[in-house]
Design a protein around this ligand. Structure first.
Ligand code: ADP
Ligand code: MG
Ligand code: MG
Length: 894
């Protein structure tokens, strides 16, 4: 027979903390605390399997449940010395929900269950306080009617106010025993009146009502929505915890409170918490009375006049401090606990892993390692890679002048200046030209995501901390101010207004997403200073990880940021990105428009020195680390002249008529540019292009080699589908390399490799690897071509795909491990079969995504490459991937 009910208390328990799937996290930890000897009021947990059974059997319970519960109640009675439903000496219970993960949508706790018109007398006898007993009874009816029977809480509050009014008093504490009694009768009458059924007197009926309410709440509207938002499976189910009551409201030697074993905001190793004397349940969080600090230090830190527990109840404080140490040395992590003090005796009602800021998470992990509680590897595993992005962004120079024109919510941290744009498309166009932009919207929707990706900062005038803009911006690590509602946006005229200011598209503003401030003009920023803990965690991560971390960079400033974040090379330098600037784009257009080799060569000879100068800068910045340079891969449509102005400019430069340029431009227009004449196809048609690029690379490398560390270019061929393409282009590159080596008598070390971004290339990897000395998986295009999905056209339907569970995550953000991943595995295996030591890496958005990084570790790639600000995230995620894999291997070995 399956066990349905797990008892705990009196130094024993049926469950353990690792059984959280079965007992929920609250139940599992109550069991664990009992076993390690902490003072937990005895009780039992009904397992999540009962919940699953309940829903699979039309809301019927397993037959054995009721006898199992009765047995468990007998055990509690023996332990506590009271009897459930007994008129002289009644056992009172709390009924609490508890899923695997804490879920705000679930049923609220019911306290004091078991009280009725008879047992209340027993409580009076036991406590010699009629007022206390009727107050408890009143609280019970109020909670039960609300939570279990579904009667609006407002009725009771009204009645409470009425009784106070009748007696001319203002605070609950002044209500007499008689008043409480009156309330009990009025409450019960109200229940009957509103619900047409009496309030249940039978304690077992009360208990079953509460249990069913907990199970029922698993599928209530709030819980369903919460689960959907947090991808919690419906079939997990919740557990129910039934526990004997302790009372924090029996007098001045009683209290209730919450505590953290370390300061959750700084991580400092100090006890931190609050309590209230003579109070019950969640009074501390409810904010009706001002809570008091546990410690004297906390009291002075908060400038409070109320006495700390340390001085008010020194003995209890000592018990609590002991509990703190026991919990930390047992769980080896910061804990968040709930406790109650009944007549100077401490009871612990809950413990769980304490929520914390990133800063404190780092500090706690490092301190605990120093204290010998955890190892360096465990410390590394404790930090969520996505969260450290908050630490990496620049902040405003505190000494700089700020002309603050509006305030909104601090939706996503980081400070940034940029030109105002009002649409996602403008954000993309400007960013592609290398401009910093702040995208200003009334609010954002999934259609704006590509713009948010290109924008350096986001400002919205509507929406809160959980608005689309705020959530997405935080996920991307983009600074964001949301809900700046004094700002009025005029999309039609590309302007926004605030007070007397008028800000046009293209004007510069600064936002501080950590403070919610919007400033006019550019405010200088300073790079963040990393805490000692951050530096140490990253050192430990670096020594644990196997893969190298590179960055995607074309500009010197990006390369430098990445180097500051310890990038170990450039994994993707998109050479066409170097041609967006005004003066260069003309030469680029000339090359594209030219109908013959002479014209192209002319244009290329203008581009060559520019490109060479860029490479010189990059090679210097990377100090001998590998630099993967991708040969020109321009999406032609982005470079074609469109406006009349652009066309006539090109006509002038090329020496063609406007009509001819127009004709040529329309000839070159493709119906599907993504799969058109781009990548290496261009190099095959016009060999002078790779020739020029190779020349600029090797001339730059030779020059840098003369005075700096010898550069290490890795020249990468884009969009290859066959080994022949690779061979032809490689031949050109090798020829140019030899020529320049002869001319300069300096030999540059280099590799020629292929990008793998077409399924055909992945399948033909063995053939291609015979030519290519390295592979870099271009997972953006590989995802597009594997899925047959255009990245720029997914926003209209990708969400419904996620909602319907067709895909788990956007495949352009998190690598599709089954499909695209399979191709990567196949390609790696086939490539290694002909070239065992072939260097394998990945570039594209996925290189900065932790779950994709862990996939790369599994496949045994040599490196991942990501955007500069994601380098630290990738370092940490790669370390975690290695540690997890190694731990797993060791487990298998044992
Ligand atoms: P939540 O999940 O919202 O924290 P809990 O089940 O922990 O809900 O219950 C909320 C509060 O109810 C607890 O913090 C505690 O103060 C009170 N409570 C729960 N069980 C008991 C009990 N057995 N005795 C006294 N108070 C209790
Ligand atoms: Mg609660
Ligand atoms: Mg709780």
């Amino acid at each position: 027979m399956v066990k349905l009910v797990y008892v705990f208390g009196g130094g024993k328990a049926d469950g353990r903390s690792y059984m959280r799937n079965l007992l929920g996290s609250k139940g599992a930890n109550l069991a664990e605390m009992s076993i390690i000897g902490l003072p937990v009021p005895p009780g039992f947990t009904i397992s999540t399997e009962v919940c699953t059974y309940y829903y699979e059997h039309d809301k019927i319970y397993p037959d054995e449940l009721s006898s199992a519960i009765e047995v468990a109640i007998r055990k509690i009675e023996d332990e506590v010395g009271t009897v459930f439903g007994d008129a002289d000496n009644p056992l009172l219970l709390s009924v609490r929900s508890g899923a695997r993960v804490s879920m705000p949508g679930m049923m609220d706790t019911v306290l004091n269950l078991g009280l009725n018109d008879k047992t209340v007398n027993g409580l009076i006898k036991r406590t010699s306080s009629e007022r206390f007993a009727y107050d408890s009874y009143r609280i019970f009816i109020q909670m039960y009617a609300d939570v279990v029977m579904g009667l609006d809480r407002g009725y009771f509050e009204e009645m409470l106010d009425l009784v106070k009014e009748e007696n001319g008093i203002s605070i609950d504490a002044e209500l007499s025993a008689e008043d409480m009694k009156t309330l009990v009768y009025r409450f019960k009458a109200k229940v009957k009146e509103e619900l047409n059924k009496p309030f249940p007197e039978d304690p077992y009926e009360q208990l079953w009502g509460a249990i069913s309410a907990v199970f029922g709440s698993w599928k209530n509207h709030r819980a369903n929505i919460y689960r959907k938002l947090h991808s919690i499976p419906d079939n997990w189910g919740t557990a129910v915890n039934v526990q004997s009551m302790v009372f924090g409201n029996m007098g001045e030697d009683c209290a209730t409170g919450v505590a953290f074993t370390r300061d959750p905001s700084t991580g400092e190793n100090v006890f931190y918490g609050e309590f209230l004397v003579n109070a019950q349940g969640e009074d501390v969080v409810a904010g009706i009375r001002t809570p008091q600090s546990l410690t004297l230090a906390g009291k002075s830190k908060h400038g409070s006049d109320l006495p700390a527990m340390e001085e008010l109840m020194p003995e209890v404080f000592q018990q609590l401090s002991d509990v703190r140490l026991t919990l930390e040395s047992h769980y080896c992590d910061m804990q968040d606990i709930e406790f109650t003090v009944q007549q100077n005796k401490l009871y612990v009602l809950q413990t769980r892993k304490g929520k914390r800021t990133v800063q404190s998470a780092l500090r706690i992990a490092v301190d605990m390692c120093d204290e010998g509680l955890i190892t360096e590897r465990e410390a590394v595993l404790r930090i969520k890679p996505q969260e450290i992005i908050q630490l990496l962004h620049p902040t405003l120079d505190p000494l700089a002048y700020r002309n603050i024109i509006a305030k909104g919510l601090p939706a996503s941290p980081g400070a940034v200046s940029g030109k105002v744009v009002f649409s996602a498309n403008h954000a993309e166009i400007a960013a592609r030209k290398g401009e910093r932009v702040i995208m200003v919207r009334i609010d954002t929707s999934p259609d704006d995501i590509h713009g948010m990706q290109f924008a350096d900062g986001i400002l919205t005038t509507r929406g809160g901390m959980t608005s689309h803009a705020a959530v997405v911006a935080r996920g991307m690590g983009r600074p964001c101010v949301s809900g700046a509602n004094n700002i009025r946006v005029d999309y039609f005229n590309n302007k926004f207004f605030v007070d007397d200011y008028e800000v046009k598209a293209g004007d510069c503003i600064t936002i501080d997403g950590g403070l919610g401030e919007v400033m006019l003009g550019e405010v200088p920023t300073i790079q963040p200073k990393f805490s000692n803990s951050f530096v140490r965690i990253m050192e430990w991560a670096d020594s644990a990880r196997r893969m190298r971390i590179r960055t995607n960079a074309e500009t010197l400033s990006d390369a430098q940021i990445a180097r500051d974040f310890s990038a170990e090379g450039i994994g993707l330098c998109r050479t066409e990105h170097m041609f967006f600037e005004a003066e260069r784009i003309v030469a680029m257009r000339k090359m594209i428009i030219s109908t013959n080799e002479t014209g192209r060569r002319e244009a290329l000879s203008t581009l060559l020195p520019m490109q060479r100068a860029d490479f010189i800068q990059l090679f210097y910045a990377m100090e001998g680390l590998p630099v993967t340079i991708r040969l020109l891969d321009p999406p032609l449509h982005e470079f074609l002249p469109h406006t009349e102005e652009e066309i006539s400019e090109v006509a002038k430069v090329v020496g063609m008529s406007v009509e001819m340029v127009q004709r040529r431009a329309s000839e070159l227009t493709e119906s599907n540019p993504m799969l058109g004449h781009r990548g290496c196809r261009l190099a095959i048609s016009y060999p002078e292009i790779p020739e020029m690029q190779a020349r600029s690379i090797f001339e730059a490398a030779t020059e840098v080699a003369k005075c700096g560390k010898p550069p290490f270019p890795e020249i990468m061929i884009p969009l290859a589908a066959t080994e022949v393409e690779v061979r032809l282009i490689k031949t050109i590159i090798n020829r140019v390399a030899d020529e320049i080596a002869q001319e300069s008598s300096i030999k540059v070390n280099y590799l020629v490799g292929s990008m793998i971004e077409l399924p055909r290339a992945a399948l033909q990897a063995d053939k291609i690897a015979a030519e290519a000395e390295f592979f870099s998986f271009g997972t953006n295009d590989l995802t597009q071509t594997t899925y047959g999905l255009s990245r720029d056209d997914t926003s209209s339907f990708i969400h419904s795909y996620e909602e319907k569970g067709i895909i788990k995550a956007d495949p352009f953000i998190s690598l599709d491990q089954q499909g695209v991943g399979e191709l990567i595995k196949i390609a790696s295996k086939r490539a290694r079969s002909v070239r065992p030591n072939i260097k394998l890496g990945i570039c594209g958005e996925h290189g900065g995504d932790p779950s994709s990084i862990s996939f790369c570790e599994e496949v045994g790639l040599d490196y991942v490459s990501c955007s500069p600000f994601r380098v630290p995230i990738a370092r940490l995620a790669a370390a975690q991937a290695t540690i997890t894999r190694e731990d797993m291997m060791n487990k298998i070995k044992d």
